[in-house]
Design a protein around this ligand. Structure first.
Ligand code: SG4
Ligand code: ZN
Length: 267
């Protein structure tokens, strides 16, 4: 549908606020993570950020038309501490990437882009009844952001990159045949930046505590190439034309001003 949001000039980030007013707000994401403006806040370590994905089952791999997404189910909360005042539960993870490895991440570090960025999306299950209820509340969501760098193949992520041809078209989905451990997506060094922000896609609700790891994780160029073969239209439909001609690439929102917000780091 021509009116759907996307990443081309006619429906891209600059147009989102026409239909999604939150996108024009002052607590939007992503941002440029500028080490020189980050406030060192050692109290972030009083109750360190912790995650436990041992009860998580990664159930389904889906092509959303904007990227791939893995739906998960979890018996208990998975994330707390650090900047968070409640316990948060993982609901899904997904990725943003470029048409080549020069572009792709949503957050930038000192204006530098990475080839891709994974987001582990959690909701405040201590305070709210459901993800849907939490999604528009100021303390409703917590997203862990992980930069991907080109290097060695990521063996766990291969369980997903190998399946990309099976979810080539929008709405294609597949139950995950092998156990997938989301903890393998997080870098060994736990240093992170945190700031209050938003969903980076419509409806752009200002509900996200962002926690972006400073260290990146390696994936191979082949794995990124597998992501770049996904298509934004349904099987049997005609490619929509346009700048991206139906390829899911450049599915990132460019950085927005930090404005009157604090970017914090523990050290
Ligand atoms: C991606 O489009 C996901 O597929 C969406 O997941 C996600 O929306 C959206 O990004 C925004 O999330 O971490 N980048 S982000 O801010 O999590 C939500 C869907 O299920 C609400 C549509
Ligand atoms: Zn995202």
């Amino acid at each position: 549908m021509l009116s759907d949001w996307g990443y081309e000039s006619h429906n891209g980030p600059a147009t989102w606020s026409d239909k999604f007013p939150a996108a024009a707000g002052s607590r939007q994401s992503p941002i440029n993570l500028d080490p020189s403006v980050a406030i060192v806040d050692p109290t972030l370590n009083d109750n360190p950020l912790k995650w436990d994905y041992s009860s998580v089952k990664c159930t389904t791999l889906l092509n959303t038309g904007h990227g791939w997404k893995v739906q998960v189910s979890s018996a208990s909360p998975n994330l707390d501490g650090g900047p968070l005042s409640n316990k948060y539960q993982l609901i899904q993870f997904h990725c943003h990437w470029g048409k080549n490895s020069e572009t792709g991440s949503e957050h930038t570090v000192a204006e530098e882009m990475f080839p891709a960025e994974i987001h582990l999306v959690h909701w405040n299950s201590e305070k709210y009844e459901s993800f849907e209820k939490a999604a528009s509340e100021e303390d409703g969501l917590a997203v862990l952001g992980i930069f991907l760098q080109v290097g060695d193949e990521h063996p766990e992520l291969r369980k997903l990159s190998d399946l990309m041809p099976s979810v080539r078209y929008k709405d294609d989905k597949l139950p995950l045949p092998r156990r997938f451990d989301p903890a393998t997506l997080i870098p060994n060094n736990k240093a992170y930046w945190t700031y209050p922000g938003s969903l980076t896609t419509p409806p752009c609700y200002e509900s996200v505590t962002w926690i972006v790891f400073k260290n990146s994780v390696q994936v191979s160029e082949d794995q990124l190439e597998a992501f770049r073969k996904l298509q934004s239209y349904c099987e049997g439909q005609k490619p929509p034309g346009g700048e991206l001609n139906g390829c899911i690439v450049e599915n990132y929102r460019p950085p927005l001003p930090l404005g009157n917000r604090e970017l914090r780091t523990a050290s």
